[in-house]
Design a protein around this ligand. Structure first.
Ligand SMILES: CC(C)(COP(=O)(O)OP(=O)(O)OC[C@H]1O[C@@H](n2cnc3c(N)ncnc32)[C@H](O)[C@@H]1OP(=O)(O)O)[C@@H](O)C(=O)NCCC(=O)NCCS
Length: 178
């Protein structure tokens, strides 16, 4: 299996992957929502604000994830990890954790300081994310599940308190996602 950066030519495969994986796990309508979200990220977010990764097996994209830029009032190189999908047939094989670690290493090498995500702490805790205090690291919107707001510092720096408000890229600018 190969892990590499997402490239433009992956767009259709990645859209299909997110649509199918989320349809299987959360229903057809959620599949369409997350497929459309992934497509919007790939088409509309500038290269400097987006880092995508894919897992490829026998030329098939079987995993994908995106990091997109977050901005705080405090200057900090920060990205949001979302969404993540691994092909259903591959669940539980360690691909999700390995692809996330691969992406985090790449961001660390390019100098990114902070990565946030919004998801299940039992899964994301396995790849270094810890509960984020929304007073110290303000989320872009009011959170319906504050326990899902997670972050990790990549440069070994002492965690900082950041001034808000924070902003995400346009495809996440929707309170329904938060
Ligand atoms: C969540 C997901 C990315 C994990 O990828 P994966 O390759 O199956 O995960 P790994 O094999 O690396 O890790 C599996 C472990 O994580 C656990 N895990 C997976 N999803 C979990 C979740 N939502 N909550 C808690 N634990 C979870 C599994 O139970 C398993 O634990 P075990 O090793 O003790 O059995 C994948 O299952 C997926 O695409 N799910 C549907 C889409 C989704 O929910 N994406 C994440 C939100 S954006």
């Amino acid at each position: 299996m190969q892990f590499r950066r997402w490239e433009d030519f992956d767009t259709r495969s990645v859209e299909r992957l997110f649509t199918e994986v989320f349809a299987a796990s959360e229903g057809a309508s959620e599949g369409r929502v997350v497929g459309a979200l992934a497509l919007q990220l790939m088409r509309e977010v500038s290269a400097e604000d987006l880092a995508g990764f894919v897992a490829v097996e026998d030329e098939d994209v079987i995993g994908s994830l995106f990091f997109s830029r977050m901005r705080f009032a405090t200057p900090v190189e920060a990205f949001l990890l979302s969404p993540v999908a691994i092909a259903t047939a591959w669940h539980g094989e360690g691909v999700g954790q390995a692809l996330i670690r691969h992406g985090l290493d790449a961001l660390r090498h390019q100098g990114v300081q902070l990565v946030c995500t919004y998801g299940d702490p039992r899964f994301y805790g396995r790849v270094g994310f810890r509960a984020a205090d929304a007073d110290a690291i303000p989320a872009p919107f009011a959170l319906t599940q504050p326990e899902g707001w997670l972050c990790q510092w990549l440069q070994g720096a002492t965690p900082l308190s950041l001034s808000g408000p924070s902003h995400c890229v346009a495809p996440f600018d929707n309170p329904d996602y938060w």
